[in-house]
Write a protein that binds this ligand. Sequence first.
Ligand code: NAD
Length: 247
Amino acid sequence: MADRVVVITGAASGIGRATALKFAREGDKVVVADLNGSGQDIAKQITKDGGKATFIKTDVSKQEDVQNLVDKAVELYGSIDVMFNNAGIGDMGSILEPNIDSYHKTIGVNQHGVAYGIFAAGRKMKELNVNGVIINTASVFGYMANKGTFAYQASKGAVRMMTQTAALELAPFAIRVVGVAPGGVDTPIIQGYKDKGMLEHLKKQQMREQLIQPEAIANAVYLLSLKEADVINGSIVMLDDGYASFK
Ligand code: NAD
């Protein structure tokens, strides 16, 4: 399966970064997309290690940025086989005293960012007649209520349904759309939990009572991208060490 063109958003850090490194190690060409310019370092690291990667600065909450990302990826590498709509931000906000700016920002990145990625990659894959795969990062929080993260829950619930609907609409073109729902992963996004002294609580949500390493998520995303995973379509795959299945 090597030598595919893989576009990954939020690839400067955490899950996206680990996934960029994984695909590159497997021989795919990786387009590292992030708002944070340090994504450039990931692309440089991949190139230094003998892989192929390019950084494209992208704000996924802007439709024109995401369209540009997909267009540039195809210009550079001739195709787009995998689109990993992964960029996301955390949000801690109360319902009774909502921070409206933070609400809109969270929906803008986590929900609209994924939608723009589906639109751009779906159209391009159809145009190029590529039997591609679009993978979207949801969360266990797309399945369960949690206090104090209203916008985040809403955005991740939306990712679930956008994944299912996109899979249905793109199926006639043999384009698969799959979601992943990580549990607690050891990345900078959980800093808010650490600051609130909730790290031990978060660890206990996994059956093995440890945070998940981003590389474990990357490995699962890679598996889902393969032809061998062809039957997995329109599903959200829990990557959560049991988080969502016990109390
Ligand atoms: P992270 O903070 O390490 O990485 C997120 C990346 O997204 C960063 O590089 C950041 O710069 C980028 N980003 C933020 N806003 C952006 C924008 N507007 N445009 C482009 N890039 C932007 O966190 P992570 O844990 O790797 O998060 C990746 C995804 O996984 C997110 O969608 C997150 O919601 C989801 N997730 C994480 C966990 C967890 O416990 N870490 C659990 C479930 C789901």
